[in-house]
Design a protein around this ligand. Structure first.
Ligand code: GDP
Length: 322
């Protein structure tokens, strides 16, 4: 088991999924640290292929691994690509965790998701709510894969004494998010829709579902900071929720995004689209007990994300499917 506090100084750190929203935030956070960052592009290593992952980890020999690689998406993508969400994520997890153990990795931080909790879990959700009831059907595939990832880390800890920990982030947003309307989560979707509606001079903006579900949102730079903090100070078998401790309704979120973007039309709710889980608020007592709390407010974080989107919009426009 690696020593706690675990020091980054002089370490070789592999960020799996470094081009994604979470991985790129961890890269930014680590860029000022005295450690060597290792990355493997998709063209170099397909993380779903066991042999490629084992070869790469055996050769590159990282001390610390952040597992930010995953097939992710919003409510529509999860519901319509169940095989991808289950297979890709299970394969990525089993390959990296097993190969990390074989390659002698000192510490590994696995990232899950708040959708692991039962659909009707008491709010806010403590870590103890895991596996106490049925999952939300729209994201059960992703949830099952992420639960398997937690269990893999726990199993390898118990059997081999390795220091593999898990963190469960709430709904995230920020730069490098996916703005494809069929695959994205709600923040980038509404930001893009509001931006395009403003440009076209539309009078309405369509919001999926009833607007009543409640969600908690964290800027990905806060998550990256929490991951680095936990890598240093935490070494337990139990996983740790990472959230901001506050939520709001999708209607309130839509209004806030319209304000940030400067769209002044009306919201129209499309009841033919699913609401998903009624509420998903994490209890963050364990995290605060470990000495960390979120710093980026929602309005400030959304404004920063919108500025990033404006800078990246011409490039993103080439990759959208409408
Ligand atoms: P979830 O947290 O797993 O349900 O994932 P999402 O971020 O995709 O959706 C969160 C909530 O926002 C759900 O109730 C959606 O129905 C709602 N929502 C409203 N408008 C949109 C939209 O344009 N795209 C997405 N993805 N969700 C939306």
């Amino acid at each position: 088991m690696a020593a706690t506090p675990y020091r980054l100084s002089g370490k070789r750190v592999f960020v799996a999924g470094h081009r994604g929203m979470v991985g790129s935030a961890i890269m930014r956070r680590l860029s000022g640290e005295d450690c060597e960052l290792l990355t493997a592009g998709r063209e170099e290593v397909d993380l779903r292929r066991q042999e490629q992952v084992e070869d790469w980890l055996a050769t590159s020999r990282p001390n610390l691994v952040f597992m930010a690689a995953a097939t992710v998406g919003g409510i529509f993508a999860n519901d319509t690509r169940p095989a991808d969400f289950l297979y890709d994520n299970l394969a990525i997890e089993t390959n990296i965790i097993h190969a990390a153990h074989k390659a002698g990795v000192e510490k590994l931080v696995f990232l899950g998701s708040s959708c692991i909790y039962p659909r009707d879990a008491d709010q806010p959700m403590t870590e103890a709510a895991l596996l106490t009831g049925p999952l939300e059907p729209t994201n059960q595939w992703y949830a099952v894969a992420k639960i398997a990832g937690i269990k893999l880390c726990q199993a390898y800890r118990r059997q081999y004494g390795v220091d593999f920990i898990s963190v469960m982030p709430t709904n995230l947003y920020g730069p490098h998010d996916n703005f494809d309307l069929n695959a994205s989560h709600v923040v980038p979707a509404l930001m893009r829709k509001a931006h395009e509606a403003k440009l076209k001079g539309d009078s309405t903006l369509v919001v999926w579902g009833s607007g009543l579900p409640r969600r908690e949102f964290m800027h990905v730079d806060d998550l990256a900071d929490a991951c680095v903090h936990l890598a240093a100070v935490y070494s337990g078998e139990e996983y740790v929720n990472v959230g901001v401790g506050r939520d709001l309704s999708i209607r309130e979120l839509a209004e806030l995004i319209c304000e940030v973007v400067g769209f002044r039309g009306m919201l129209v709710f499309d009841a033919s689209r699913p609401d998903g889980t009624r509420r998903k608020l994490l209890d963050v007592s364990r995290l605060t007990g470990l000495g960390w709390r979120a710093r980026i407010g929602l309005e400030e974080g959304l404004a920063a994300t919108y500025r990033w989107y404006l800078e990246s919009a011409p490039r993103l426009a080439g990759t959208v499917s409408e």
